[in-house]
Design a protein around this ligand. Structure first.
Ligand code: SF4
Length: 153
């Protein structure tokens, strides 16, 4: 485990990947010697809310009718994907339609982000965002996007 004085060994890998991507962009090159600098995963498709106007909730309900109630990636697969991708990318967004704070391995994801020097882009409804978790997340955030919506005026 690196001490605060040690440089994070994964930072150099991330910067090398960024350099490859940005060089290709600056030369308008068709070949890019890098993986994407940002990756959006769907570590969970679940949500803590059930908004009636939500297309995603409609889809989840269709799965529930078929007996599917688990929408989060299992831990083994999560670990495997994170260990493969996180060492290279700059920013990770952990969800597309899911609420990231329902992800059962959210704290593990924060540990991975810290370990691999990845910043997180979190899009959340904010309902599960408690002070302690926010404080833990702050140094690891690229962006925190709070989504407010409602079905009435
Ligand atoms: S919070 Fe967002 S994702 Fe969750 S049910 Fe409501 S609209 Fe859908």
């Amino acid at each position: 485990m690196p001490t605060p004085k040690d440089p994070n060994p994964y930072t150099a890998m991330t910067r090398a990947n960024e350099q490859g991507a940005l060089e290709a962009e600056s030369h308008a090159s068709e070949r890019v010697n890098a993986v994407p600098m940002k990756i959006t995963f769907e570590f969970t498709g679940d949500c803590n809310l059930h908004c009636f106007f939500c297309d995603c909730e409609f889809g989840r309900n269709e799965f529930r009718k078929k007996g599917v109630h688990k929408f989060a990636m299992d831990e083994t697969l999560f670990r495997s994907m994170a260990e493969t991708a996180f060492p290279h990318v700059t920013v990770v967004n952990p969800t597309v339609i899911g609420e990231p704070l329902t992800f059962p391995y959210f704290d593990l994801m924060l540990e991975y982000a810290e370990r691999f020097d990845v910043k997180l882009e979190i899009v959340t409804n904010g309902m599960l965002l408690k002070k302690q978790r926010l404080e833990r997340m702050m140094p690891l955030l690229d962006r925190l996007i709070m989504s407010f919506d409602g079905g009435t005026k």
